[in-house]
Design a protein around this ligand. Sequence first.
Ligand code: FBP
Length: 257
Amino acid sequence: MQIGEAVRLSRIVKRGKILLLAYDQGMEHGPSDFNEKNTNPEYVLDIAKKGRYTGVVLQKGVAKHYFENYAGDVPLVLKLNGRTNLVPKDDIYSSPVASVKDAVNFGADAIGYTIYIGSPQEARMFSDFAQIEKEARDFGIPTILWAYPRGKHVQNEKSPEVISYAARTALELGANIVKVNYTGSVESFRHVVQAAQKTLVISAGGSKQTDAEFIEKAREVMKAGAAGFAVGRNVWQNEEPMKITEELRKAVFGKVE
Ligand code: FBP
């Protein structure tokens, strides 16, 4: 691993663990995810800073308008592609909307990239990511793949087999870290972690659950040997985001702070 990649990775991965606050849902899902408070990026960036997240995931526009005041407080993971919820899921494709050079210019410590494995557009997304991964390596920027089995050929995108397949694909494509959906049990998620080998596995938070359900899920994810989370709605939709963050930190990092 080249020096830049190792240095940037050390800001995102703490004692082998990762806790990212994801805030790219404005494009992926639309503003229906937001309320009056969390529609303001500063509200979420304050949570990322105070909660000592190991990174905040933003699209280019939010980073451009808001990240400057948080630089040095929380590492930036710049998402380089995206799509809206308005396009049909059958033939799903996530289009590049920013470049590795943008990530360098924005001072990002990692780039985030979504691929939909099994989609009729898979070949195009592999080819887009191959270029991005090569450029990221040249610049020494780690890559985090959001690896989702999705599209008309995928019968059940939550099945442990296809999620393991997605995690393995991320390893094969050269990602440092892969973000997948939780498979629902420690045992099945252990297979996902095993499939990814040297690529670190993190789980999505998913739609809002009760605090108890969410923390139980976090404990299971960690018990399976995963590195942590890229969580969004379960934190910034929570009425007490710092309280859930503290519980989440305990689940991910253990007692040692
Ligand atoms: P959540 O914890 O809110 O699910 O966020 C994690 C995340 O990966 C976001 O980065 C992304 O916007 C979203 O989930 C995509 O979810 P999906 O495409 O499954 O609806």
